[in-house]
Design a protein around this ligand. Structure first.
Ligand SMILES: [Zn+2]
Length: 249
């Protein structure tokens, strides 16, 4: 039965059984499953009929009324009796909390939006929402990729600038018997100065070779496009020539 607490929480498919207070004063919400689709096998789609056991999960979620809210979802593990299905058993899942997810979908989306639309840094958004920065970075990339076009418009005026980022790292090359830079402390950013598209790409290094290797398709005439692209876009680790860097705005 749906109660007021369940409506307040707003997690479809889950029902709030009771709320306790953690020693630090934050609420601990105990949840149960309230969705028949939750016990459908993710592999074959057949509904489970035999319970294998119970699992207690603690997915992290958005704060409620400004307070960190701890979720405790006691869900069932089902046998999959469908002949030929490779999945022997599976746990219940709902749209906001997929199987093996440690955070809710809405928390992940909120962290990406906080960076992309709220102008928060990745580290700050991670601190505010109690998440790790790699997870927030991935959420930001997913958020940006969904709203940015696949290809930017050609840039009539290409801006190039260098930025210092992190510490350099080197490795010893046994063939040449010399040290080579594996992580450069410098990055070069490309931006659209006239079209308002913001940052187009960011590549590692600040040499002329690093610039020409990037070879952005949006470069103005005269920009060297003949060299193969070997650099990668540092924020998203994709080739800049793929024009998928979600950091541009
Ligand atoms: Zn199955």
């Amino acid at each position: 039965m749906v109660n007021d607490t369940t409506r307040l929480l707003g997690l479809d498919g889950l029902i709030a059984e009771r709320v306790e207070l953690h020693p630090d004063g934050s609420p601990v919400v105990h949840l149960s499953t309230n969705d028949e689709q939750a016990r459908c096998c993710a592999q074959c789609g057949i509904r489970g009929t035999r319970v294998k056991g119970w699992v207690l999960t603690r997915p992290r979620d958005l704060p409620v009324a400004g307070r960190t809210t701890r979720l405790r979802w006691c869900k069932r593990r089902w046998h999959c009796d469908q002949p030929g299905c490779p999945r022997m058993s599976f746990t219940e899942q709902v749209p906001q909390v997929p199987a093996r997810a440690r955070i809710t979908v809405r928390l992940r989306q909120a962290s990406g939006a906080a960076v992309a639309d709220g102008n928060r840094t990745i580290v700050q958004a991670a601190r505010d929402l109690g998440m790790s920065w790699p997870v927030v970075a991935a959420a930001f990339i997913a958020h940006a990729a969904a709203v940015l076009p696949a290809e930017p418009e050609p840039a009539s005026v290409l801006g190039i600038d260098e930025v210092r980022r992190g510490k350099p790292r080197w490795s010893f090359d046994e063939v040449t018997q010399s040290w080579t830079t594996t992580v450069d402390r410098w990055h070069v950013g490309f931006c659209d100065l006239a079209g308002g598209q913001g940052l187009l790409a960011q590549v590692e290094g600040r040499t002329g070779k690093a610039v020409t290797d990037c070879s952005p398709s949006a470069a103005p005439s005269g920009f060297n496009r003949s060299r193969p692209s070997r650099s990668t876009c540092a924020p998203c680790s994709k080739p800049p020539s793929a024009r998928q860097c979600p950091t541009r705005r």
